[in-house]
Design a protein around this ligand. Structure first.
Ligand SMILES: Nc1ncnc2c1ncn2[C@@H]1O[C@H](COP(=O)(O)OP(=O)(O)OP(=O)(O)O)[C@@H](O)[C@H]1O
Length: 471
């Protein structure tokens, strides 16, 4: 039965409110109680020793295994600290007051302050704050004050969305953790220094190396024009340089934008095709498309490798000169999967679906770059296992690349400013927790590419000879 009762106008008693508050914050009583009990039972020296031990263990954890510390402990500690410093008490109330986000109860005259229910700070620059709105407010009330609230909180950008009845989620991004350009990743000296399960691409916002696995995965890199996708093409090549040189990794490169972006690296590639190689008849109809031929040849090579593995009763490839990691890199995938002629797009989508569903165990990976990640542009989108989102032109693209609710959890890629200061900055999400992390690709200059070509050109490369169509 729905209640039509109007609010009584009476506030709950102070003791009831205090009890409710304590029920919501059990740690507030539990912590001093535990300390007091420990002091009474074990004595102050032992209690102090335990506390120092816990602190020392935390410091040691951070020093010995910073990645796992940043993944597991730091977000929790940071969330608690921020909850009580940024989003609590007088500071929180004053900020909301300044933005007209507190509401006066007409009957009691009391000022009602929207309550922070939960704070999660996955990284030092991202806070996700769940707030319970007070009566009379809607998500629109908050969205209208979005800019004022960002200023009051000192955040660079905010996103506000309704997540449940009366609950909103505010995602706040603070500052730019990448004040300096990240240099291009180093080219290792020898192949055994390359880890194909951790290819370095740049830095995370924790100041740690940003790595992604390539063996057994397919990468999708999405970003608007000028967002810095080039860095994510050249850094992995630099990181794998010695393996390319020794024929342990073979790059099959396709550039549907005519080769402007990739021409400089041509000697590195095992196979290479660009839109400039497409042949037309006198009527302008396409008679030969080497880019399609290259994808078909990649698929055929994968089939052959699968057959060899089957004959040897192996489930997975071991990377060697005879069975290298074959990587198909496609700059601007949309040109082949949506924007080409109908026959081309149908064939490319079919081939890619086949390669991406079967290629991983055989050592065949696809790395694709694109600007618009919608399903009609890239029907094979869901087959990519590693996804990176640089600056996007639409808020909806973020979840398309990084998965449901990635934007709400902090990946505000559509809010990355359109300036070169922010080029190469984007988001990735942690596999298990789905927590977004800000990353920046290393900045690869023409000299860095020239160094790569000079030191890592393989002797088995065809220098761009296009293989015949064997589909
Ligand atoms: N990681 C980076 N750090 C600093 N600056 C970068 C970085 N990556 C790219 N830039 C700069 O940003 C500009 C655009 O980069 P880039 O050409 O790689 O963008 P893009 O996403 O490939 O664009 P398009 O889709 O138009 O080819 C370049 O001038 C480049 O120098």
């Amino acid at each position: 039965m729905s209640s039509n009762r109007r609010p009584s106008g009476k506030r709950r008693g102070a003791e009831v409110r205090a009890a409710c508050w304590l029920a919501r914050h059990p740690g507030f009583l539990a912590t001093p109680t535990t300390i007091a009990t420990s002091v009474a039972e074990l004595g102050p020296t032992t209690t102090g020793g335990i506390a120092a031990g816990i602190l020392a263990a935390g410091v040691a954890w951070r020093r010995i295994d910073p990645d796992s510390f940043h993944h597991h402990a730091a977000p929790r500690l940071r969330s608690v600290r921020r909850r009580w410093t940024r989003y609590h008490g007088y500071a929180w109330r004053r900020n909301l007051d300044a933005c007209d986000l507190t509401v006066q109860d007409r009957r009691t005259g009391a000022w009602l302050t929207p309550r922070v229910v939960r704070v999660f700070s996955p990284t030092p620059s991202i806070d996700v704050i769940k707030v319970k709105m007070v009566r009379g407010q809607s998500v629109r009330t908050w969205q209208e004050q979005q800019e004022a609230l960002a200023t009051a909180l000192g955040a660079e950008v905010l996103a506000i969305e309704r997540t449940k009845a009366r609950l909103i989620t505010i995602t706040a991004v603070y500052g730019n953790p990448f004040a300096d350009i990240v240099p291009a990743v180093e080219i290792p000296d020898e192949p055994d220094e390359v880890d194909l399960t951790a290819i370095e691409l740049g830095d995370t916002e924790h100041g740690r190396p940003w790595t992604e696995p390539l063996l057994g995965t397919h990468w999708l890199i999405s970003g608007a024009t000028g967002s810095g996708k080039g860095g994510l093409l050249w850094n992995p090549l630099r990181a794998m340089g010695p393996m390319i040189r020794e024929g342990l990794v073979r790059i099959w490169a396709i550039d549907p934008k005519g080769g402007m972006e990739t021409e400089q690296g041509r000697p590195l590639f095992y196979r290479y095709a660009t839109s400039a190689d497409v042949e037309y008849d006198e009527d302008g109809d396409e008679i030969r498309n080497p880019m399609l031929e290259l994808i078909a040849a990649f698929r055929d090579a994968m089939k052959q490798r699968q057959e060899e593995l089957r004959r040897e009763s192996k489930r997975k490839v071991t990377i060697s000169r005879d069975t290298p990691l074959d990587v198909l890199m496609i700059d601007e995938l949309a040109m082949l999967t949506a924007l080409g002629g109908r026959s081309l797009t149908v064939q490319v989508n079919r081939l890619l679906a086949e390669i991406m569903t079967q290629g991983r165990a055989a050592g065949y990976s696809v790395v694709a770059y694109l600007q618009e990640p919608t399903k009609d542009i890239v029907p094979v989108r869901d087959l990519f296992t590693v996804r990176i989102c640089l600056r996007t032109t639409s808020a909806s693209y973020v979840d398309m690349v990084l998965g449901d609710n990635a934007r709400l959890r902090g990946a505000l890629a559509d809010e990355i400013p359109v300036t070169e200061d922010y080029a190469g900055i984007g988001y990735r999400v942690a596999e298990k927790s789905r927590v977004p992390i800000r990353v920046r690709a290393g900045h690869v200059t023409d000299d860095d590419i020239a160094e790569l070509v000079a030191t890592c050109t393989p002797d088995n490369g065809t220098g761009g000879v296009v293989v015949p169509f064997a589909a």
